[in-house]
Design a binder for this molecule. Structure first.
Ligand SMILES: N[C@@H](CCC(=O)N[C@@H](CS)C(=O)NCC(=O)O)C(=O)O
Length: 300
């Protein structure tokens, strides 16, 4: 019969226990991350219908600098749209973990919790059909194209000039998460930055030189400016979802002078119609909440 060599357990036990414990903790952590990323939302947002009498609570991030809504252009988009269509809501600050999708904005409406600015608006349009703007197929197409131009490209540029660019990052460190005490705040922000950078590398933007990024953003800003032209809003006299997107982006770019590197603001300020449009929306829909004083020097 094979005889196993004698093992001195007093030497072996603690490394084995330690390794097992570390492997266990690592396993649970990996599993919880996988579960978080892999779990689909139980009900597709597009089929959810709310109860009209329920109150709407919008959860976003705190304001920074002189922006009128939130440092997140997506939160500002939803807030602007709610004001455009006149749906009453309560605004609260929260954290991405408040959302089933792990990002803000999110709305609470009765028993429903809806994440993502696109689906929040779709859900509210389904629940309150009277707020849906009547538009021709061409106008609808233009609105969808502008929504994607802003949400999927310009806002990524904003993120680059805030989180990746060293000047934006210095501002983020000074002004973001002020409600969290140090050193936790610095630790959280340092953890978030590589996440944002790697998302931008996967998306592609952060692979280009800074000069080329600005070139692309400037072209997109020129396109937005040309689409707006001399009109009051993107589709004419009434603001639509595309205006909410454009406003969410432009309000941060023009009025967050602390946490976005200035190159992006300078690029946007070349377009007088975009500047006066942003001011117009601030005055029409956020009156009484404006803290900035240099209004008169902006646009016409
Ligand atoms: N597609 C989403 C994008 C929302 C988004 O990117 N939110 C960011 C703030 S601007 C966020 O919550 N980030 C936290 C995270 O990803 O951990 C929407 O339209 O609502």
């Amino acid at each position: 019969m094979t005889r196993f060599p004698d093992v001195n357990w007093s030497n072996v036990k603690s490394p084995v226990v330690a390794t097992t414990a570390i492997a266990g903790v690592l396993g649970v952590w990996l599993w919880s991350r996988w579960k978080r990323d892999a779990t689909p939302t139980a009900v597709p947002d597009t089929v959810q219908l709310g109860r009209r009498s329920d109150e709407i609570t919008l959860i976003g991030f705190p304001r920074v600098s002189d922006v009128v809504s939130s440092c997140s252009p997506y939160v500002a988009k939803v807030e602007a749209w709610l004001r455009f269509v006149g749906l009453p809501y309560t605004r609260k600050n929260g954290a991405p973990s408040d959302s089933p999708k792990g990002q803000l904005p999110v709305i609470l409406h009765g028993k429903n919790t809806i994440g993502d600015s696109y689906f929040i608006i779709k859900y509210l349009e389904q629940t309150y059909p009277e707020v849906v703007m009547q538009a021709s197929p061409e106008e609808q197409a233009m609105s969808v194209a502008v929504q994607h131009l802003v949400d999927d490209f310009l806002n990524k540029g904003l993120g680059y000039y805030r989180w990746v660019h060293p000047e934006g990052w210095e501002g983020v460190k000074r002004h973001f998460l002020k409600e969290v005490p140090q050193p936790m705040r610095a630790w959280l922000l340092e953890r978030m930055r590589p996440k944002v950078r790697s998302a931008m590398t996967i998306q592609g933007l952060a692979r280009h030189s800074e000069r080329d990024i600005l070139w692309m953003l400037d072209e997109a800003l020129a396109a937005l400016s040309a689409i707006l032209g001399g009109k009051k809003y993107i589709l004419g006299n009434q603001p639509c979802i595309a205006d909410a997107c454009a406003f969410g982006f432009l309000d941060s770019v023009l009025f967050d002078t602390e946490c976005i590197a200035p190159e992006l603001r300078e690029a946007a300020m070349q377009y007088d119609n975009l500047v006066s449009y942003t001011e117009r929306i601030r005055c029409a829909y956020f009156e009484g909440e404006l803290t900035w004083e240099e209004t008169a020097s902006f646009g016409s």
